[in-house]
Design a binder for this molecule. Structure first.
Ligand code: UDP
Ligand code: MG
Length: 318
């Protein structure tokens, strides 16, 4: 391996951050594969497992792993805070010069770490793994995802790479910048993109889960999308005010039309259907706009409480 840049000082520490929630069936295999990779790299390494309030015996598996491997450090959150927060807890505590975020379910192949380190040595400060388009995903899922990235890109001017999860390498400087962003609604993909720096993608084929099942369903995905949009753009608020303006203008024209009609033809009180349509239409629009304001207000409410992002337990018992 060529030492092109100062990045490749072999004494440096590499941190691996792994959020873990109910992964008892996968963890041993995951740790084995990760260790195999870490044994062959030229750097020192540490592995931070963040137990995100697992309710199965994941905690025992983790304790066993940490007893056998000196590189392992364990953090137990006091309850399930969600992957984004668990990840943040790990990143807060990582000491390495480069930090790699990886899922425990073996959907992110640990072997790719070699390639990531290579790009890092070349001088890239952020290296993210982009999956080659997956077969077997429904058209609905693909098209909604496409739309979602387009909306964010159009309104927030931030390009979030598509088909990219959290599997990535960050060097110390971008990580420190990332940790300055302490918002509670943590839309990680957006935050990773927001910080900038020289980013490099590498392609990989995403495997299916080794065991257990994904914690995502359509409701969660929907909330995830709302989180992403509201934390990166206020466009929906603007759209609702323009919509209001347009409708008010339309109503004004229609008002003139109705007055003129009454003056010319008299007032025989028809028009119940048009009245109903207008009332219902406006009522609907108003409710949607209030809802949009509510989404932002609710997020402001969570932010103003200034709660810590997570709580780490000291005890290692379940
Ligand atoms: N995870 C977590 N907290 C949660 C849900 C998931 O720490 O509340 C972890 C999980 O153990 C895994 C990673 O986040 O290591 C990815 O989770 P999952 O496989 O469910 O997500 P997907 O791969 O389907 O996006
Ligand atoms: Mg997964």
């Amino acid at each position: 391996m060529q030492d092109i840049k100062s990045n490749s000082n072999k004494d440096e520490l590499i941190s691996i951050v792994v959020p873990v929630f109910n992964e008892k069936d996968v963890l041993l295999e995951f740790h084995k594969r990760l260790s195999n990779v870490l044994n062959t790299i030229a750097y020192r390494s540490e592995i931070l497992y963040v137990n995100d309030g697992s309710t199965d015996c994941t905690i025992n598996v983790l304790n066993n792993i940490s007893q056998e491997d000196q590189r392992v450090r364990l953090y137990h959150l006091s309850r399930n805070f969600g992957k984004e927060i668990a990840l943040t807890a790990g990143l807060d505590n990582a000491k390495g010069e480069a930090i790699i975020v990886i899922d425990a379910d073996l959907q992110d192949p640990p072997e790719l770490i070699h390639d990531m380190l290579k790009e890092w040595e070349e001088g890239y400060q952020v290296v993210y793994a982009k999956r080659i388009a997956r077969e077997g995903e429904t058209i609905l899922k693909r098209s909604t995802a496409f739309l979602f990235y387009r909306i964010i890109k159009y309104f927030s001017k931030i390009t979030i790479p598509q088909d990219t999860g959290d599997f990535r390498l960050l060097s110390r400087e971008p990580l420190d910048s990332l940790l300055l962003l302490r918002e509670r609604n943590r839309f990680m993909k957006g935050l990773f993109a927001w910080i900038g720096f020289s980013q490099k993608e590498i392609l990989y084929r995403r495997d299916s889960r080794f065991a257990g099942k994904s914690k995502w369903d359509y409701v969660k995905l929907w909330n995830f999308a709302i989180d992403g949009i509201t934390s990166f753009t206020v466009a929906p608020l603007k759209i609702s005010s323009y919509l209001g303006l347009m409708i008010a203008f339309g109503a004004f024209l229609y008002g003139i039309f109705v007055i003129a009609k009454t003056l010319i033809y008299g007032d025989p009180v028809p028009g119940y259907p048009s009245l109903m349509v207008v009332i219902l239409f406006l009522g609907g629009i108003q409710l949607i706009c209030i809802g949009i304001i509510g989404e932002y207000l609710g997020r402001m409410f969570t932010e103003t409480k200034q709660r810590p992002l997570y709580i780490i337990k000291r005890s290692k018992k379940p």
